[in-house]
Write a protein that binds this ligand. Structure first.
Ligand code: SF4
Ligand code: SF4
Ligand code: SF4
Ligand code: FES
Length: 1002
């Protein structure tokens, strides 16, 4: 078990080996101090010593395919990447024997690779093969280059594989098998001509590849390349194929005479020239809440590639959206001019005209109907600074607390559950803490598709490190298939089995008594409310066998640490807050807080949905969850903002819709939210919007919501602005401007400032850092957040004290209540409000899909994503399909109590029985035409998941809504990494130098 030490709020993880004392290692005659358990290669790199290492990547660990890292220890050649330091070890890098062995190993690599660097798009100063040729002073191709009998595979829309350039290092395989854990890649080591294979021999396009990009990111050469790089990166790489081949021939011809030295020098000059036109800018992903960060390589407005390296949340990981999902930024239909409604049409307008109109109408409506007749919606896609300004506009300039953001649609119940029990409304640790768990329990989260990079860490820990996994969900999605135990409770019954297990643990002496005694209050009262939750009741209510429930209870009791991950399957129910509370209660009863490998992890959906709430876009809280009712809090903000602030809670976004229907709200200003189809009961929301006297929508495209607007303001996507996002880990990260705003558009913070100033404010923010400075000065939760502390890839996880110390792991000293104790919160169960009946006889579930984000306004504009996943669908079980005569492609008319959609069927065993599933990504057939206005009473989060429908089978049969090239039709080939032992068994393999290889422990 790792040990966690917290020093100044910073967590340090140490393994038992690392707890051992540091050791001195002699390298080429000098003493170097190694960390206990450190790999020799890491020590050598950390100390800045030069050693070739082609297959080694510090985030992948030793792969041992290349033999270019050989060093001498006690006269024997060993691989530095697979050697752990030990006290008194004497290492020789510089001996002629070791050098010759490394040269020999690398020459064998060059049999598989043509060095045509000057005309290669990977010649950017960071090519491992190029740099190793130079480091090892390889002058000639001693072993001739051998072509492989395969063609280049171009069948994936985002990347291509060139077998002739592939050096068979296996980094890609290791990344796909053991880091991303999609298990698509392998190498056919026994073949006379080994190569990388997709699904054991498919084309890439028809394989299970999810286009996450891990393999391309870690490939040390040009064998795997982003297509957006090809012909674009170099000065000479855009030339025609025949000309390119001619230049490669020239290189081959001159090499025997000149050696590689001059050839490499020419290519290095060309690489240096590229620096003048290729920009690398750090940004943070704009899609989900995992918070992946990476460099975006650009040439003018062309995105060459996205390169993750050491992102604090993601390392080298991305999913398809972060790696390849950026076409929308340059989409031809970006809004570039403000639009003003004239009758049923819009006309283009100048910015001044549009902003003057907005200010005039807002002022008139405020004068006539009061400030609370206006409402404001912030965007969870926009930055923290933009969210702050939006709520400041609402409160300080207009004078209303009618401000909200879309966290109400998914996250508010989880936040409520945590506020009730532990005090902070955020994940209790980091992704790293989830990796450390002995047991992960996932409830109502399709993590592999909704939070893909976070899911990779669970999949990896489960595959490699013996982590146990329990998944409770209606669908048998990827995480469910991987789970040790998959629970399929009846819809809306999670609270019951969670509470029954908690009761069982308490009654059977399996609760953590010491933890409860020291850290938790309210046990006796809570126990009384558990009375109805017997295991028998849970088994009957949830439809889960008694033995399974007991097994789960014992797995939880036996685990050294458990993390619970949950998402919209829990929160979007009429008891979403209570079920979230039940999860936290279970964690408290089992002592699963206050340590790494434990805790509550509600997974935040949008990139900045955490930040939108943190920064005060909520009707009841100023930034940092400071209550609008608290006079002391208001006084602080009033002093800073030099104005009087409203003291009563405003309308949340659900109440706003009702208030528009009731004529209380006359005008709305909405930023970057597709509310007309993302809110539940979309027809009702649309009716409301059409009743508004004046509606301003700010977006980058003409969204479905824009159709109801009176003024549309063209904003900028994340790549065109600066600011910060806060991820699900409470991690605040900076994004830097990659492109200038498209002519005619403006960053949201500037537009909001323009509106505010036309309404009489005198804001003069020149840069988002000034907004953050102001917010931090007023918000204890973010007191120490500054742009300097967030420079580059640095990040902070709130709460951040004034001295800049943050808290990756919460509750290490106490819970966030005045007495420092957590609170068990009594619960009862009432069951789903909307139920199936004879007319609406099928349960309709809904949620995310890996490749699209939300309604798809951004991702449908990504050509490759559109090609692989062109439309929405409804999943139907094989048994129901057979009963109703449905096949994949059959058109269906789904009717609920609230509306209808026409959609094609996809028959799949991911769903079972009479339960359907519809992804939320469609603007034409949005699932929310079917969902209701029923909400969780504590938060007003719609019960999206409680929907019953009638299914009419229409006569038309179309094509399957998912084309064959969708990864869901592939057949992964799981194995334990690259399986280098199979390479070593090849008759043509021998260990370089004449030494004997030893497979070392690592
Ligand atoms: S899933 Fe595809 S893109 Fe991702 S690592 Fe595997 S092969 Fe590469
Ligand atoms: S394609 Fe894979 S095996 Fe080939 S060079 Fe790239 S990372 Fe290595
Ligand atoms: S969508 Fe989420 S998991 Fe994918 S790259 Fe972006 S932040 Fe990472
Ligand atoms: S780097 Fe050690 S074997 Fe490749």
């Amino acid at each position: 078990m790792n040990t966690t030490t917290i020093i100044n709020g910073k967590r340090k993880e140490t393994s038992p080996a690392e707890n051992a004392p540091e050791v001195d290692v002699l390298i080429d005659g000098s003493i170097h101090t190694a960390r206990p358990g450190e790999r020799l290669v890491d020590l050598i790199n950390r100390e800045g010593l030069k050693l070739s290492q082609v297959c080694y990547h510090h985030q992948l660990g030793p792969i041992q395919t290349c033999d270019t890292c050989l060093v001498e220890i006690n006269g024997q050649l060993v691989r530095a990447c697979a050697t752990t330091v030990s006290s008194g070890m004497s290492v020789t890098i510089g001996s002629s024997k070791a050098h010759a062995a490394r040269q020999e190993a690398f020459e064998r690599i060059l049999v598989n690779h043509m060095l045509y660097c000057t005309v290669c798009d990977n010649n950017n100063g960071n090519c491992t093969v190029h740099n190793t040729t130079k480091l090892l002073a390889i002058e000639h191709q001693r072993m001739p280059f051998k072509k492989k009998p395969y063609v280049v595979d171009n069948t994936n829309p985002f990347y291509r594989y060139d077998p002739d350039q592939c050096i068979l290092c296996g980094r890609c395989v290791e990344a796909c098998q053991n880091l991303q854990v999609n298990e698509t890649l392998s190498i056919n080591w026994e073949d006379p001509h080994p190569r990388v294979q997709w699904d054991g021999g498919s084309t890439i396009g028809e394989s299970s590849c999810v286009s996450c990009g891990h393999c391309i990111t870690v490939c040390p050469c040009n064998a795997l390349m982003e297509k957006s790089m090809l012909g674009q990166a170099g000065f000479f790489t855009g030339i025609s194929q025949p000309a390119l081949e001619g230049m490669i021939d020239v290189v081959k011809d001159v090499e025997p005479e000149t050696g590689y030295g001059p050839i490499l020098r020419v290519s290095e000059i060309e690489a240096a020239m590229r620096e003048s036109r290729i920009r690398r800018t750090k940004t943070v992903c704009t899609y989900c809440g995992v918070g992946c960060s990476f460099d975006v390589w650009t040439k003018d407005r062309h995105i060459l590639k996205v390169e993750p390296t050491d992102g604090p949340a993601n390392g080298v990981s991305t999913c398809v959206k972060g790696k390849f999902g950026w076409d929308y930024v340059n989409a031809p239909d970006r809004l570039t001019k403000p639009l003003i409604r004239e009758g049923d049409k819009f006309r283009e307008a100048r910015w001044d005209e549009a902003l003057d109109l907005v200010a005039r109408k807002f002022s008139e409506i405020k004068l006539q109907h009061g400030p609370d007749s206006l409402a404001f919606i912030s965007s969870s896609k926009c930055t923290n600074e933009e969210s702050y300004l939006m709520q400041k506009l609402a409160r300080a300039v207009v004078g209303t607390n009618n401000i909200d953001n879309c966290s109400r649609y998914c996250q508010a119940p989880a936040t409520m559950g945590l506020f009730r029990t532990v005090g902070y409304g955020g994940d209790s640790g980091s992704i790293h803490d989830i990796e450390n768990a002995d047991l992960v329990l996932i409830v109502g989260s399709n993590t592999a598709e909704s939070h893909p990079v976070l899911a990779t860490r669970v999949k990896r820990a489960h595959k490699l490190h013996g982590q146990k996994l329990i998944v409770a969900d209606l669908r048998e999605h990827e995480m469910a298939r991987r789970a040790d135990v998959f629970l399929h409770p009846k819809p809306g019954t999670d609270l019951v089995w969670l509470s029954a297990i908690t009761r069982y643990l308490l009654e059977n002496g399996l609760a953590h008594k010491d933890f409860l005694r020291q850290w938790v209050s309210g046990l006796e009262e809570y126990k009384k409310t558990l009375a109805p939750f017997t295991m028998e009741f849970a088994s009957k209510t949830c439809g889960i066998p008694l033995e399974t429930l007991k097994n789960v209870a014992h797995m939880i009791a036996d685990a050294k640490g458990m993390c619970v991950l949950w998402a919209m399957g829990v929160t979007q129910q009429s008891q979403g807050s209570d079920t979230s509370t039940a999860i936290s209660n279970l964690l408290l009863v089992t002592g699963n807080y206050m340590r790494t490998g434990t805790g509550a992890y509600p997974l935040r959906g949008h990139n900045n949905v955490q930040g939108a709430s943190d920064c005060g876009s909520m009707p009841n809280s100023l930034p940092g969850y400071q209550s609008v009712n608290d006079p002391e809090v208001r006084a602080r903000f009033e002093k800073a903002w030099i104005t009087k602030l409203p003291s009563t809670k405003g309308f949340d976004n659900h109440e706003m819709v009702d208030a528009i229907h009731q004529g209380k709200i006359k005008s709305m200003y909405l930023i970057g939210e597709e509310m007309s189809i993302v809110d539940s009961n979309a027809n009702y929301v649309a009716e409301a919007f059409s009743k508004l006297d004046f509606f301003v929508v700010q977006d980058i495209f003409f969204s479905a919501t824009c159709r109801f607007a009176d003024v549309v303001l063209p904003a900028c996507p994340s790549l065109e602005k600066e600011g910060t996002f806060t991820s699900t880990e409470r991690r605040i990260q900076r994004l830097y401007q990659v492109f200038e705003p498209l002519p005619g558009t403006r960053p949201d913070w500037k537009i909001t400032q323009d509106v505010a100033n036309r309404l009489g404010a005198q804001w003069n923010y020149q840069h988002p850092s000034e907004i953050m400075r102001e917010m931090a000065s007023l918000t204890p939760l973010m007191a120490g957040v500054t742009y300097e502390r967030l420079e580059g890839y640095k990040s902070l996880q709130w709460p951040v004290a004034a001295d800049g110390s943050d808290q990756p792991l919460l509750y290490t000293k106490k819970f966030a209540f005045p007495d420092g104790k957590a609170r068990l919160y009594p619960l009862s169960w009432s069951g789903p409000v909307e139920k199936e009946n004879t007319q609406f006889d099928l349960h309709l579930n809904n949620g995310r899909l890996l490749e699209h984000f939300h309604e798809g306004n951004l991702t449908y504009r990504v050509k490759g994503i559109h090609e692989k996943t062109p439309d929405t669908f409804v999943e139907i079980s094989p048994e129901l399909a057979q009963k109703r005569g449905v096949q994949s492609g059959t058109w269906l008319l789904l009717t609920s109590r609230y509306g209808q959609v026409r959609v094609r069927a996809l028959v799949t065993d991911r769903v079972s029985g009479e339960e359907l599933y519809m992804p939320m990504n469609s603007t034409e057939s949005p699932v929310n035409r079917l969902t209701s206005s029923i909400t969780d009473p504590a938060t007003h989060t719609p019960a999206y998941k409680e929907t019953s429908v009638h299914m009419e089978v229409l006569p038309e049969i179309g094509e399957s809504p998912l084309p064959r090239v969708n990864h869901r039709f592939g057949h992964p080939t799981p194995q334990h990494g690259v399986e280098v032992e199979r390479k070593w068994k090849r008759p043509d393999y021998h260990f370089p130098g004449n030494g004997l290889v030893q497979i070392q422990q690592h």
